[in-house]
Design a protein around this ligand. Structure first.
Ligand SMILES: Cc1ncc(C[n+]2csc(CCOP(=O)(O)OP(=O)(O)O)c2C)c(N)n1
Ligand code: SF4
Ligand SMILES: [Mg+2]
Length: 296
């Protein structure tokens, strides 16, 4: 009869097993060895990473069926290096060009681009508009922290008018870009806008975007206490979240408000959903017709 008091595991082994049993299920999607992240205290990038991993988990996407593509900037670090799946960390402003190549060659994979306002609306703006027009089946999550965060706070296309940045030392005199409306007008199949305060609708929206055929886009208003918040009196992450909470207006309510009433407000929700044929499907159909000799 086995001795019930026989010590089978060392203390270290027991501790290791207990730690394993307490391991969070999202660790299936995250590179534990890279934690904690390099994001500053109060940064919204961690919230987006959390939401993205939750979305994958809830959808049951296997890591091998997802390819994340990023550009350059703090927000481009959200999937790379923290996500445990294939990621392409590309050059500044060119993530969508790389993602387009991936989707054409691997149309069955979920291809998701995550990058900043500077990257996607500034230097990469042309790629964004044409990917939306082409309606290629990739999802783009634009992390809009209103600034070039990583490089210390230069003005970006989404910086509000009147804000002082390192490249607008008196104040910004340019009007900011409504990038979600631009993408909707360009022809995307799904466009939505949320903030890092609205985590649950954001997670749901990420899933809807990834399920949607064709080009899908979510603009995510995010706090950057280090390079932006401190310039507008929101020095801490939680102050900025409260600001998002108090100044956000649902799309449906905003429809009945005047331009003056909407001044300085964050209009959140779904802008558009439609069902134009996805680009790689059109491309494959055309290839089939060429092979059948229809154009001879
Ligand atoms: C071609 C090129 N131009 C400029 C840079 C310098 N650069 C690195 S990140 C960045 C801006 C990042 O801003 P954003 O895309 O908004 O990302 P964030 O850091 O705010 O998340 C710039 C200008 C670069 N790496 N490559
Ligand atoms: S600089 Fe801004 S965006 Fe970059 S990690 Fe710090 S808080 Fe986040
Ligand atoms: Mg930015």
């Amino acid at each position: 009869m086995p001795d019930p008091f026989e010590v089978l595991l060392t203390d270290e082994e027991i501790e290791e097993q207990m730690a394993m049993s307490k391991r969070h299920r999202l660790m299936d999607y995250l590179r534990e060895e890279m934690m904690p992240t390099v994001f500053c205290e109060g940064c919204g990038c961690g919230t987006v990473l959390n939401g993205y991993a939750h979305a994958m988990d809830e959808m049951g996407i296997r890591p091998e069926d997802l390819i994340s593509v990023t550009g350059i900037g703090c927000s481009s670090w959200i999937p790379s290096p923290y996500l445990k799946s294939d990621t392409l960390h590309t050059t500044h402003g060119r993530a969508i060009a790389f993602a387009t190549g991936v989707k054409v060659m691997q149309p069955d994979k979920h291809v998701v681009v995550i990058a900043g306002d500077g990257d996607l609306a500034g230097i990469g703006g042309n790629h964004l508009i044409h990917a939306a027009r082409r309606n290629i089946g990739i999802s783009v999550f634009l992390i809009n922290n209103f600034i070039y965060g990583m490089t210390g706070g230069q003005v970006s296309p989404t910086t509000p008018i009147g804000v002082r940045t390192t490249t607008t030392p008196y104040e910004n005199v340019e009007h900011s870009m409504n990038i979600a409306e631009v993408v909707a007008a360009a022809g995307a199949n799904y466009v939505a806008r949320w903030t890092t305060y609205h985590v649950f609708p954001l997670m749901e929206s990420m899933q809807n975007a990834m399920k949607k055929d064709g080009f899908s886009f979510i603009e995510i208003y995010t706090q950057c206490p280090t390079s932006y918040g401190r310039r507008v009196g929101l020095r801490k992450g939680d102050e900025h979240l409260k600001y998002f909470k108090e100044n956000s207006v649902r799309m449906e309510k905003a429809a009945g408000m005047s331009e003056e009433e909407l001044e300085g407000k964050f209009v959140i929700g779904k802008l558009i959903e439609r069902d134009r044929e996805e680009f790689t499907v059109s491309l494959r159909n055309l290839n089939d017709r060429v092979k059948r000799g229809e154009f001879r």
